[in-house]
Design a binder for this molecule. Structure first.
Ligand code: SAM
Length: 376
């Protein structure tokens, strides 16, 4: 878990006398830009730090075992607190909310939170794009309720089609077929196209690239869009080595064994995946190359940790404590001004600065925050 900055001091006047809300001067709907002129469009919300999988690249069993202290219930942001913050982020320009974790479907009554977030509107009166990333283990049970609550889209993580490889990767013996049943349920509930994320780790599941693409197309046709993610050096516990990364250009070479592909144009600014389409089948795939082709220049994402810390980068070592503000009685103007203040000072571009020679950029003695804590 990363260190956090208390930000109550932002509420003090420059003269140090008394406590008052800083005034950013920005109106709801007006773009907030960071130091690199990036707007705040996307908020990822980790609703739990717990997961029922132990993928070695994310929550390795040896670290996250029975001795690990997960957050107590009182430390978690409540649904009301999350919704209040999401409303203020929407005022600050956020258009997309992604619920994640940990495994978000482990959070009890998540559909109630979805319902609350689905009722939010941007300053222009538009609903937010409300999405969820899940390992799919509980999706068969929950897909219909999530859809009814107003969830718009679902992304499911699946790292192999070979059952033995997948069981080894999730390290709890979870079967591929049970994730596929979750995807079936999501499609039946009306979530098509469902995105499926595969993290590609060289020597572990890189032989699954073409087989997974073939199998998903055979089962789902255009109802599923597969995205391949380069294994990233998030957190401090997954033993990341550059040698374990299969660059997206090699993923593409493996996909070309299936048939020729053509690059597709980006659909939105800040899109993380480069999209490609198979010429023959029309099947779309995406490549997320955060290691070999960093996209920090267009990164418009903020992350809210399970306990209400605002992180400005997936690779951050420090968060900004919004929960302390909420629980300290700050009014909306004070919280909104703090969000503006923190975002306007953002200069993070970790992946762009990463080089093969310096595989870890966290300052000595500082640990990058773990991904399950701030959400993938
Ligand atoms: N439990 C949910 C799931 O499995 O999708 C949501 C949280 S998980 C942290 C979100 C996404 O991050 C998953 O697709 C996961 O594969 C990906 N992820 C986790 N660690 C990663 C790493 N080191 N490199 C690349 N992707 C990673």
């Amino acid at each position: 878990m990363g260190k956090t900055f208390a930000i109550n001091d932002l509420r003090r006047s420059p003269a140090g006398g008394g406590v008052r809300a800083p005034v950013s001067g920005l109106e709801p709907g007006q773009d907030r830009l960071d130091t690199l002129a990036r707007p705040l469009r996307d908020l990822r919300i980790s609703v739990t730090d717990r997961c029922n999988f132990r993928c070695s690249y994310c929550m390795p069993k040896e670290v996250f075992d029975h001795r690990h202290d997960f957050l107590p219930q009182t430390a978690l942001l409540s649904f009301e607190e999350i919704t209040r913050l999401a409303r203020l982020f929407a005022d600050a320009g956020t258009r997309k909310l992604r619920l994640t974790g940990g495994e978000p479907l482990l959070r009890k009554h998540l559909e109630h939170l979805v319902e609350m977030l689905a009722a939010l509107r941007t300053p222009a009166g538009e609903p937010l794009d409300l999405t969820l990333t899940t390992n799919g283990s509980l999706l068969a049970r929950k897909a219909a309720a999530l859809k009814a609550a107003g969830l718009k889209r679902v992304t499911v993580s699946l790292d192999a089609i070979d059952d033995a490889v997948f069981r080894r990767m999730n390290d709890v013996g979870f079967a591929v077929e049970d994730v596929l049943l979750g995807i079936d349920a999501a499609i039946a509930a009306g979530f098509a196209p469902v995105k499926v994320n595969m993290v590609v780790k060289k020597g572990t599941n890189d032989d699954q690239v073409a087989p997974l693409a073939r199998a998903l197309h055979a089962r789902y046709g255009h109802a599923v869009v597969l995205r391949f993610i380069e294994f990233m050096d998030v957190g401090s516990t997954n033993g990341w080595r550059l040698d374990d990364v299969l660059p997206s250009r090699d993923v593409l070479a493996r996909l070309r064994e299936i048939g020729p592909l053509t690059a597709l144009p980006a659909t939105s600014a800040g899109e993380t995946a480069q999209r490609w389409r198979f010429d023959d089948s029309g099947q779309e795939v995406g490549l997320v190359s955060s290691v070999t082709q960093a996209f920090c220049g267009s990164c418009n994402r903020a992350r809210l940790s399970t306990d209400g810390q605002l992180y400005l980068c997936l690779f951050a070592t420090h968060g900004h404590d919004l929960r302390a503000l909420l629980r300290g009685g700050a009014d909306d103007a004070a919280v909104a001004a703090t969000i503006d203040h923190v975002w306007s000072g953002r200069e993070d571009r970790y992946s762009a600065l990463r080089t093969a020679a310096t595989p870890t950029l966290a300052p000595a003695g500082e640990r990058r925050v773990e991904m399950h804590f701030i959400g993938g």
